[in-house]
Design a binder for this molecule. Structure first.
Ligand SMILES: Nc1ncnc2c1ncn2[C@@H]1O[C@H](COP(=O)(O)OP(=O)(O)OP(=O)(O)O)[C@@H](O)[C@H]1O
Length: 312
């Protein structure tokens, strides 16, 4: 069962085509990252799926409800935390949570119970009575996410959840987010410009560029699609390097470092085949390392301008 299922979403602002037919299928209890450069249409996609704005074309189901015909049901199933946090700096952490409970028309005791539970889960109990204006960026984001959870949404949209946070706060938030998926089966659609965030957090990643999805898959699948995996062999001297280069006609030489780059993945079978060929030619390598492209390479290749298409 998909938590989010969209087909052919289109959106223009005036003359400007922002989404040019987006298809998404996001399984329940998973984290899906929408990755893309500035202006790619990430926020627009989230705004459409969270019923804030209407698409010009296409259709979508969110939490099993039709986005246009059952917009109220969609709204009841989702939570949204954006780049502009809902936190009120004049209220304490606890008051912010209780305010959310009121907005959700929860009975008072239930509101208190959820607020206490969320303060505990997000490690904010000691700060419960402090005004949010005194909070660090990381604490604010945590409180913002906790506030989203008061309504017990099944699906959460996180728009750039850790932008501007230091690495430690970012990691804390990642753990909390993964916990929500693993313990509570919540589905998360996250937009991010941080490749590491998508790599660490997301079960699947889609790369949005120029209003289209140019790639979709797990981080590993995306990395495999980019040429650039190679084995790097280093040799003791130039004679050995020359002898090795004669064995592999697809290899490129890096004479300065006495190294040879052989295109290929790092599977044991490939590594063994390379070593066998070297043995047969009686050439000794000093070291062998495997280089796999990272998400940075994927992102840069897929979002290059002018747009370069990479076949799916
Ligand atoms: N209300 C609007 N009116 C006109 N143009 C808009 C509107 N909202 C967004 N746009 C344009 O649509 C494009 C996509 O914007 P969007 O905010 O979805 O991108 P994004 O991928 O979220 O970018 P960022 O990473 O910078 O937040 C941009 O060119 C933006 O200027």
């Amino acid at each position: 069962m998909s938590a989010i299922h969209a087909e052919g979403l289109r959106k223009s602002f005036g003359e400007k085509l922002v989404l040019d037919g987006i298809d998404l299928r996001i399984p329940e209890a998973s984290v899906f990252a929408l990755l893309g450069p500035n202006g790619a249409g990430k926020t627009t996609t989230v705004q459409i799926l969270s019923t804030l704005i209407r698409a010009d074309g296409g259709r979508a189901q969110v939490g099993g409800y039709d986005l246009t015909r059952q917009a109220d049901d969609v709204r009841r199933s989702i939570g949204v935390t954006g780049q502009f946090a809902a936190v009120d700096g004049l209220l304490t952490a606890e008051e912010n949570l209780l305010l959310m409970a009121d907005l959700h028309h929860l009975p008072r005791h239930e509101g208190r119970r959820r607020a206490a539970e969320l303060l505990d889960r997000f490690d904010l109990t000691a700060e419960a009575k402090k005004t949010a204006a005194t909070f660090s960026g990381g604490m604010r984001r945590k409180l913002d996410l906790a506030m989203t959870l008061v309504g017990e949404p099944r699906i959460i949209f996180l728009d750039e959840p850790t932008t501007g946070l230091d690495p430690r706060s970012r990691r804390t938030l990642w753990q909390l987010i993964r916990g929500l998926v693993e313990d509570r089966g919540i589905t998360i659609l996250l937009t991010t410009q941080y490749l590491e965030e998508a790599d660490q957090l997301a079960d699947r990643i889609a790369v949005l560029n120029g209003g289209r999805l140019v790639a979709e898959g797990t981080a590993e699948e995306l990395k495999r699609r980019i040429p650039g995996s190679h084995l790097r062999l280093r040799f003791a001297d130039e004679r050995q390097l020359d002898a090795a280069a004669a064995v592999f006609d697809v290899a490129s030489r890096d004479p300065e470092n006495l190294a040879l780059h052989i295109p290929g993945d790092g599977t044991p079978a490939t590594v063994r085949a390379v070593l066998d060929l070297l043995d047969a030619a009686r050439v000794q390598a000093e070291s062998l390392t495997v280089h796999t492209p990272d998400l940075d390479d994927v992102f840069l290749t897929l979002t290059e301008t002018p747009r370069k298409s990479v076949a799916a």
